[in-house]
Design a protein around this ligand. Structure first.
Ligand code: NAP
Length: 634
């Protein structure tokens, strides 16, 4: 559902529904439309931690809405003619007001954080048929999840012939695979969306089904489905220097083997697709069902059952509360406690009046989105940064990190209430941002307080045929649920990728996957990764935005290939080495690289191959366009 310009614009519904508008978004919209930046009063600056609402007293929010209503009223009839973008000076003022300072980072990111509905400023603005009509340039995209579909659309817009090879029978990747109860994103729906494809989300945080549907609709509407070969797994891909192309070998679900030639390969295989089955002694001996969160068995009936849950990451915190409602007993084995971020609206529907505004008030959705997106992109990297003089410890790595720790600890104390006995187990013993901070609306600790739930704050020792051992205690179980995460550090496994001179990607990497900007690496020409090494963010970015950056970079590289006389582009080893050194050095300065706690953010050697260690702005600027000098062109 999108903004409808032919709506009777001054109708009563619009005026009434304005009462449901978020005041910060409405103020910025008013400044945009009227050009009057004086509406952005300093005393009306929102609390960044409380967006999109802004944390105002109710009477302040009402005054803001009235103030905006008065200014917008005479302009409502001409809504369809409202300028698409604000004047530069107005945009600067909006940005400074929202962020509370005139930050260059924020100003640089504001241009991508505000996108009018339906605008796609990063769509391909060239066409292969015009740029290089004689040129054979075919692409294979491996994977049809969030990143693969985006890469495919960009290639389609540029007229580059492409095929998407998808190992499962669905598009949507992780959002097709993970169907456990209560599965939803913990990123606000309006920013867990391609910037150029807004959506009428029903909830503040999209459910698995809603995101699955969104991606399916995206694939359908953009004519991508007919390019997908489903149930087709890429087993290997091999560079041939003579033809400057890749041979991509596939195997179907039926076992049929074939190969496809392509000048360009885009790997969009995701990071969270291969379940991590823990190596716990005796797991195979257990006689009941053992189910991983990403391979949920919907026939399981928990009624009257004793269930053991192993792991307390984002997945377990979603499915365990649902299981606890049906099971006789749930015992949760926790190796390390999660930090929780209070999010009261986590499971709440969006007010229908506000959804109405998203559809009928021009730019409202764009400013709603901007209000939560820009602060996210700026994030709070200082709170995740190690201060060597602090001195850093496993409690906190800097004063800012300690402040975050105190805030999050207060929340856990409040949640525990009179169950003080829980505190020792639920307050993490590692610095915040060393791993993902999980959103919570009170469900987790209230689940732990249930009579039929027990939290064991120790790792599992071993498992036998009818239960789980923790220390000397045997906990009987009928079902074991694994919320043990994914083999995220094993990028692109088990696909064999053979580059220049027979170089094997996995031998090159060992356990230390790395790619320039997470996208390219030397010896593997014309090969681009989406969501590759070091492209995740903890409290300083947004995954979908990073995917859009990668797609933009890939597209500009393909354009370079298409428009020049060269047929291959191979990253210069010195460029890669400098980048790799920088990322290694910067990662060690962040809580997730520094801390010794277990996490999927580190590989087996303790190096962070997962997180982007610099500000989001740096990623955005470095990926805007490929730098020809970074590559050997031939
Ligand atoms: P995860 O964050 O890696 O958590 C795995 C859990 O299993 C951790 O508690 C871990 O303990 C434990 N574990 C792993 N191996 C173990 C072993 N051998 N013995 C005992 N415990 C073990 O995995 P996840 O919960 O599936 O989440 C993965 C990522 O998926 C998330 O970080 C997030 O990016 C994404 N995700 C997002 C959402 C959402 O948007 N809401 C939902 C689900 C997943 P340690 O902590 O001690 O390692």
């Amino acid at each position: 559902m999108v903004y409808l310009p032919d709506r009777p614009l001054s109708d009563d519904a619009l005026l009434a529904n304005l009462d449901s508008a978020q005041a910060p978004a409405l103020l910025m919209l008013t400044a945009h439309v009227t050009g009057e930046v004086s509406v952005l009063r300093p005393e009306w600056r929102p609390d960044l931690a409380k967006l999109p609402g802004g944390g105002y007293a109710p009477e302040t929010a009402t005054s803001i809405r009235d103030h905006c209503r008065e200014r917008l009223l005479p302009l409502l009839d001409s809504q369809a003619e409202w300028p698409e973008l604000p004047e530069d000076s107005v945009r600067r003022a909006i940005c400074s007001w929202l962020m509370g300072e005139d930050s260059e980072d924020a100003q640089a990111l504001a241009e991508v954080a505000f996108t009018p509905d339906q605008a796609d400023p990063r769509a391909a603005d060239w066409d292969l048929a015009q740029v290089a009509p004689e040129r054979t340039l075919r692409a294979v995209v491996i994977g049809a999840g969030f990143s693969g579909l985006l890469a495919a659309l960009r290639l389609k817009q540029a007229g580059v012939p492409f095929t998407i090879l998808e190992k499962s029978s669905n598009v949507a990747g992780t959002w097709a695979q993970n169907t456990y109860p209560n599965c939803r994103t913990d990123v606000p729906s309006h920013v867990y969306t391609y910037t150029f494809v807004p959506h009428d989300w029903e909830t503040y945080f999209g459910t698995q089904q809603a995101i699955f549907d969104y991606l399916n609709e995206f694939a359908l509407k953009n004519g991508l489905l007919e390019h997908v070969r489903f149930d087709t797994e890429v087993t290997a891909t091999r560079w041939d220097a003579a033809s400057a192309s890749w041979t991509v070998e596939t195997r179907t679900a039926d076992g049929d083997v074939s190969s496809t030639e392509a000048e360009v390969v885009v790997s969009a295989v995701g990071q969270l697709s291969r379940p991590l089955i823990p190596r716990i002694e005796g797991l195979d001996a257990f006689e009941g069902p053992v189910v991983h969160s990403a391979e949920w068995d919907h026939d399981l009936d928990f009624t009257g059952k004793r269930v053991a849950v192993i792991g307390t990451g984002a997945s377990a915190l979603q499915f365990a509360p649902a299981v606890a409602r049906d099971a006789a007993q749930v015992t949760i084995f926790q190796r390390s406690a999660p930090w929780l971020r209070p999010t009261p609206e986590l499971r709440k529907p969006i007010d229908p009046a506000e959804r109405w505004l998203f559809a009928h008030l021009n730019h409202y959705r764009a400013y709603y989105r901007f209000s939560i997106f820009l602060p996210r992109l700026i994030g709070n990297l200082p709170a995740a940064t190690v201060d060597p003089d602090y001195p850093p410890t496993e409690v906190s790595v800097s004063a800012a990190n300690d402040q975050l720790r105190m805030q999050l600890t207060d929340y856990l104390i409040e949640q525990a209430g009179d169950r003080r006995d829980l505190l020792e187990k639920i307050i993490p013993d590692y610095p915040p941002a060393a791993k993902r901070i999980i959103r919570d609306d009170g469900t987790w600790v209230s689940t732990l307080k249930r009579d039929n739930v027990r939290l064991i704050g120790q790792a599992v020792q071993r498992i036998d045929k009818d239960g789980v051992w923790s220390g000397d205690e045997h906990v009987p179980a009928d079902i074991i649920l694994l919320g043990t995460g994914f083999r995220a550090s094993e990028f692109l496994m088990p696909m064999k990728v053979t580059g220049v001179d027979g170089q094997d990607l996995h031998e090159t990497w060992g356990i230390d996957a790395s790619a320039y900007l997470g996208i390219t690496l030397p010896g593997f020409p014309n090969f681009f990764c989406m969501y590759g090494p070091n492209t995740n963010t903890v409290i300083h970015g947004n995954l979908v935005f990073f995917l859009e950056c990668q797609a933009a970079y890939m597209l500009s590289a393909v354009r370079l290939l298409a428009s020049g006389s060269h047929t291959s582009m191979d990253l210069r080893p010195d460029v890669f080495a400098d980048y790799d050194d920088e990322v290694t050095e910067e990662s060690a300065k962040r809580a997730w690289g520094w801390s010794k706690t277990h996490s999927w953010y580190q590989n087996a050697a303790g190096r962070s191959t997962i997180m982007w260690p610099l500000p989001a702005r740096t990623y955005y600027e470095r990926t805007r366009e490929v730098r020809t000098d970074d590559y050997q062109l031939s």
